[in-house]
Ligand binder design. Structure first.
Ligand SMILES: O=C([S-])c1cc(C(=O)S)c[n+]([C@@H]2O[C@H](COP(=O)(O)O)[C@@H](O)[C@H]2O)c1
Ligand code: NI
Length: 500
């Protein structure tokens, strides 16, 4: 079995992850070509360099943002070194002789404060579009000649206050890409020509962050205003992660316990404890280590990449390692600030359990014509449900009702959700992630006096411990031969026992 192992001894962020997988052998050109399928390549550049951390060489990835067309044309790339140092206070450096300090803080009802200070002649392009009530306050102070032009489009009531103090004429047109929400990002990914696997995996990463942010800030997921998450560099980090993982074509992903770091981190919300609330929300149930350094070592993006892909956490593993990669972080610590990854193989033991992350979607129904259930169940199976089952329940006001449950893999979530909303009377569904352990299995054809029946063999610790004739074959033969179905089961059992 081909395995990817994350050794998260000093944490993980989106760009450390990209660096590690490029270091492991994923081609930089392939990553960049695939990312272009999102059609946002004018918003960023990706710079890949070789570097060193405490004597270990590895690969460093920087996502350089073009916040606006103006800055792009004016050759003002905005650098976001997304691990461990920018924490939502954006430091920007420009080729021209000036610096920007942008401070953004967004919320549903919220205020904007943009502060710019410039030394030289240049142009800005900023665009904002928001869904909710909020206030804007822009403060600019400039020393030299340039132009401003602000474009804002808002759906709801809000108040703007722009304060400019300029020594010279200048031209700003705002064009930030910070406010894509989960739905917008999902649409962008789905509309692209990326493979279905990459789409599903990257959407799952964004969903994990959206759910976590919603929980932390006590808002429904749809109302979460993405901050860094909605920004271009998070899109590059998470879609890029899915592209690189998909390119490796591994059967299983394993990780060590995750070093989250310590202390406090400053971000849009102010100072927050490490692990940041969204990070620890995402990493519930995962083995963590703390305080290797008094800084944030694992970010929400890094946490989401692992949560969406890792099926087992083991500090000691028995894989044969074929390749090793190091993705470098930005800061320098006393320990190597790097994510280490291994590509290798684990022997397929015949008795091994198959362990998969799956999901259960459920809704309680007390007001639907019961005849419809059978129709819906079939539709759910056709859309990829792994199992569909009903549980009788008693609901409020003494109503007898049914819980309709679906077991599924994440790539089928949207199709199944659509059926739940459009075909049942339900107005909402809930979802939980489950770890499913299955006995290894194979299928054989058993010849009986009635005909051939497919039989499932189930293995545990290398031995076949259960044999199950497939119901459909038994039912078909019983009809064809005009015998009780039990006669077919008995014939299969006799054949199997005789063979033992
Ligand atoms: O901007 C928001 S909403 C934000 C929320 C949280 C919470 O934990 S809530 C944390 N952060 C911090 O932002 C940086 C960037 O993280 P990325 O995952 O985008 O790389 C990081 O320091 C987070 O802890 C931001
Ligand atoms: Ni937050």
């Amino acid at each position: 079995m081909k395995v990817l192992y994350y050794d998260v001894f000093c944490g993980i962020s989106g760009d450390m992850h990209l660096g590690a997988l490029l270091d492991l052998g994923v081609k930089e050109d392939y990553l960049k070509t695939e990312l272009r399928k999102l059609n946002i390549e004018e918003e960023y550049d990706i710079v890949v360099t070789k570097g060193m951390k405490c004597g270990i060489s590895g690969t460093r990835v920087e996502v350089i943002l073009h916040h606006d067309k103006g800055s792009q044309e004016g050759n003002h790339p905005h650098e976001h070194n997304h691990d461990h140092h920018h924490h939502h206070v954006h430091d920007h450096q420009h080729d021209d002789t000036h610096q920007h300090g942008h401070e953004h803080s967004h919320d549903d009802a919220h205020e904007h404060g943009h502060k710019h200070s410039h030394d030289d002649a240049h142009e800005h392009g900023h665009k904002h579009s928001h869904d909710d009530a909020h206030e804007h306050g822009h403060k600019h102070s400039h020393d030299h000649a340039h132009q401003h032009g602000h474009e804002h489009s808002h759906n709801d009531a809000h108040h703007h206050g722009h304060e400019h103090s300029h020594e010279h004429a200048h031209n700003h047109s705002h064009d930030h890409h910070h406010h894509r929400n989960f739905t917008m990002i999902k649409d962008m990914i789905n509309k692209s020509t990326l493979s279905d696997g990459v789409k599903a995996l990257s959407i799952e990463m964004f969903r994990l962050v959206a759910v976590a942010e919603g929980k932390v800030h006590n808002k429904p997921m749809g109302e979460v205003h993405f901050h860094e998450v909605g920004a271009t560099d998070s899109i590059v980090d998470m879609v890029g992660a899915a592209i690189c993982i998909d390119a490796l074509q591994v059967d299983k992903i394993i990780a060590s316990s995750i070093q989250v770091g310590g202390g406090f981190v400053t971000c849009a919300h102010g100072k927050m404890p490490v692990p940041a609330p969204a990070t620890v929300e995402i990493l519930q149930g995962v083995p963590l280590k703390y305080n290797l350094v008094p800084f944030e070592t694992t970010t929400p993006t890094g946490a989401a990449i692992l949560k969406a892909t890792v099926s087992a956490y083991k500090d000691e593993h028995d894989m044969r390692i074929h390749k090793i990669g190091y993705g470098l972080g930005y800061k320098d610590f006393e320990v190597p600030n790097a994510l280490r990854v291994y590509l290798g193989e684990i022997e397929d033991a015949p008795g091994d359990l198959v362990i998969e992350n799956q999901y259960v979607m459920e809704t309680n129904i007390d007001d639907m014509n019961p005849e419809i259930f059978t129709y819906i169940e079939q539709k759910l199976f056709d859309a990829g449900a792994l199992d569909v089952y009903k549980t009788p329940i008693m609901m409020k006001k003494g109503r007898p009702a049914v819980t309709l449950s679906i077991l599924f893999s994440k790539e089928n979530r949207e199709a199944l959700q659509k059926i739940m909303f459009t075909e049942t009377s339900s107005g909402g569904v809930r979802e939980t992630q489950v770890v499913k352990s299955m006995l290894k299995r194979d299928f054989v054809d058993v010849e009986t006096s009635y005909g051939s029946v497919k039989v499932k063999n189930l293995y545990y610790e290398g031995k076949c411990i259960k044999c199950k004739p497939e119901y459909e074959d038994c039912a078909r033969l019983a009809h064809e031969q005009g015998v009780p179905i039990q006669a077919i089961y008995d014939a299969v059992e006799k054949k199997v026992c005789d063979a033992d």
